[in-house]
Design a protein around this ligand. Sequence first.
Ligand SMILES: [Fe+2]
Ligand SMILES: [Fe+2]
Length: 509
Amino acid sequence: MSSKSTFLVAGLAVIALTASLPLMAQQGQGKGGGQNKGQGGGGQGGQGGRKKGQGGDKQGQGRVYPPAKSAWSIASIILGNGEDKQISMAIHPGVDFDGYIEYGPEGKSPSGKTPTQSFKKGVPIQLTLTGLKPNTAYSYSLNYTEAGESKTGPKYRFQTARPAGSTYTMFVQGDSHPERMGKMNDPGLYEKTYQTAAAYNPDFFIMLGDDFSVDTLQNRTAQAVEYCYTKQVPYMGLIGKQAPVYLVNGNHEQAAKANLDGTPNSLGVLAQNARNRNFVNPAPDSFFTGNPEPVEHIGLLRNYFAWTWGDALYVTIDPYWHSDEAVDNRADGGSKRKDMWGITLGDTQYKWLKKTLETSKAKYKFVFAHHVMGTGRGAVERATSFEWGDTRSLANKRPGWELPIHQLFVKTGVSIFFQGHDHIFCKQELDGVIYQSCPCPSDTTEKLINGDAYTVGDKIVGSGLVKVTVGPDKARIEFLRSWLPSAETEGRKHGEVAYSYEVKPKVNK
Ligand SMILES: [Fe+2]
Ligand SMILES: [Fe+2]
């Protein structure tokens, strides 16, 4: 399919302003493990910034992750699980304090607050605000006591679920790879890119994996794994303070079935518990569907889930937790699996995916994963093989599966499959399904990395974010380029739209 490139910046979503008063329920308190010296805890608000370069320490095992320059020294807040009547948040204190969340409909005086509780530096606490009104913008602040004096934190906003017919914006981010600082991640540009996304007031933000790489740690201890997660907090807080963040599992996270050994200290357990302790991700409830199967020493994985927002269905899928063998690289350095049929979503996830796609009446269906098959390079080049696309072998290899994943996408009218892993912006199409590969957010090297793997489609050099504006008549996808100030020129500005296209609603099949 030919693509039309434009250089327009879409308008922002319109927000309604009425609300009922919510109640608050505490979801649970973090179990510690994240108190690494020198890591800072701030994330947003423009207060108490730390100097670049202060973030490195021995627990990073040679890795240096400078905190965001605009870090808020009191706490980072990262929203998650935005629903119609409730929203959750992970609060990451940078210091010890007593505090509470005060909130209310945007533009009005605060009308509710949570009970005051004690927060400890480095110990994330997850809260859920309940009783919210759908299709409503709220504002909130974390208020706290400092040296006996009551302080009001910065005021942030969030949006509850939109009804069909709404126009809104969300963002997709490819592999951030903060552990590859200087090669694939520039901290200053990473921060700037998050701030650019925040300026659009997106309803939510999806990260496609390879954001918490634990495989190259010298010693994969609980503290070191935790460090990989907490070091992202100041950055993610720049967008997470106002937009629920959803995590897709990547190969470098090593949150995988192949990394279980029956003990609570296996790498798979350490990685997934760090994900679920530091960030809020959906478990099945009245708003989200997802993985219902608990795993020993973890509980619910929260690794695949789906929800409807406005006219679009959002579906995240994950092969890593459902394949017996390592899908991609192994943390222990061992050899990869030999048989690509060993990579699978598993029967339970496949049945859920099929039901989710078949029963949705949404005008747009968007599916997100780290990569086709979770490994390899390219997108449509990989979409006709094994359980993703091999119709001839499916009955033998996957008894009970009606169709491979790609053919299921075609049949059910999936609009776009979003993936990361290849660190490239490329738009392809196969049988009417767009395969959208997403770039790194802050790679300054300006190379068309993995470009040779993409034999068709439109490839764009550079890093940035993929912005999606969904409306009742069309969805617009835009590649917003990221540039350091030193790299900007007269015709090359940070945040510019480097490529865009539109998709129309599909007839439900
Ligand atoms: Fe990857
Ligand atoms: Fe990656």
